[in-house]
Design a binder for this molecule. Structure first.
Ligand SMILES: Nc1nc2c(c(=O)[nH]1)N[C@H]1C(S)=C(S)[C@@H](COP(=O)(O)O)O[C@H]1N2
Ligand SMILES: [Mo]
Length: 320
């Protein structure tokens, strides 16, 4: 696995948002053990420590927990158990088959109903934003989950800058199409490129995050370098990786998994323990690295307080 050198030490501490702001004051108080002050530590040391780690969480992240008080998954789990079908369908394939992938330089095309469309260099997208550590549960539709300290910024910050017009009702995202670097794009396991979408209000929600890193260091290729989406209250497949296109559209876009199997997967894909997948229950989950479904799955993956208002009046059994 290739871990590019990271420059967390280059980030002025003034740009590191205090946790009480991004977690919300109430949550911060509930979880007052956060060790974020430690982030001003040199990136090289951190990277070495992470690369050498097995199931151990590095000291400076050891006290960092999810807002429910859950411990973090190890860097190793997060980077060796992946779904990224462009690199293969086995959980270990992405870490094994992605070292040839070149995430730099990177441009993102912003298209559709916006006042400021164009090809944006990733560095220019990132220049004005406030990067934050955001610890979220990732709940895969396959009923496993992890707790991951992502590093990113609210998608809303970017959306506001490109000024969507009144016709922008949905946001559509596309993964890069590069069969020469992504071997499984030469196969038909999924229709390529991978596509995802959000309703505008979902995209603007403060929990919806564009991610460039994990454990304070750059995203490895297998996790969707250099830019991927995280929507904490939805199943993991909404978190599209290696994004090259963000399009503002009027109609609900068809996402890849719905395209592949509309009987099993829908557009909204909100984590919901009461709505079973056609082939298995979603009531419980396996918290990696455990082999047992010892955790209850929570409504909206535990973020109901923050997001349930987005779906008031919608029948969530119907709108899967
Ligand atoms: N482009 C692309 N994005 C993708 C996928 C994929 O196959 N291709 N898999 C999705 C699924 S099913 C999940 S659970 C998450 C996994 O993210 P992780 O490997 O960083 O844990 O990525 C999502 N994003
Ligand atoms: Mo998934």
């Amino acid at each position: 696995m290739i871990i590019r050198s990271k420059k967390i030490s280059d980030i002025p501490s003034s740009e590191i948002t205090p946790p009480e702001i991004y977690l919300g004051r109430r949550r911060f108080i509930r979880d007052a053990g956060l060790g974020l002050a430690t982030l001003a530590v040199g990136g090289t040391t951190l990277t070495n420590e992470l690369a050498g780690q097995s199931q151990e969480i590095p000291a400076r992240f050891r006290n960092l927990k999810s807002e429910l008080g859950e411990g973090l998954n190890s860097y190793r789990d997060i980077t060796t158990y992946n779904n990224f079908y462009e690199f293969g369908t086995d959980k270990r394939d992405p870490s094994r088959n992605s070292s040839e992938f070149e995430p730099q330089p990177w441009t993102v095309s912003i298209e559709g109903h916006v006042n400021k469309p164009g090809n944006y260099n990733l560095d220019d997208i990132l220049a004005p934003v406030t990067m934050q550590d955001r610890v979220y549960r990732l709940r895969c539709v396959e009923a496993w989950s992890m707790v991951i300290p992502w590093y990113g910024f609210p998608l809303a910050e970017l959306i506001k800058r490109v000024e969507p017009t009144g016709n922008a009702k949905f946001v559509r995202f596309e993964t890069v199409h590069r069969p020469e670097q992504m071997p499984y794009q030469k196969t038909g396991v999924l229709p390529w490129p991978y596509v995802e979408g959000l309703r505008m209000d979902e995209a603007m929600h403060p929990l919806t995050t564009l991610v460039t890193g994990v454990y304070g260091t750059e995203l490895p290729n297998q996790n969707g370098a250099p830019l991927r989406l995280i929507v904490p209250w939805k199943y993991g497949f909404k978190g599209i990786k290696s994004i090259v296109k963000i399009e503002f559209v009027e109609r609900m876009p068809t996402n890849t998994w719905k395209m592949a199997n509309s009987f099993e997967y829908g557009f909204y894909s909100n984590v919901n323990p009461e709505v079973s997948h056609p082939r298995w229950s979603q009531a419980r989950e396996r918290r990696l690295p455990s082999l047992f479904k010892s955790h209850e799955t929570l409504m909206f993956n535990g973020y109901a307080e923050e997001v349930s208002h987005l779906y008031s009046g919608m029948d969530l059994h119907r709108w899967k």
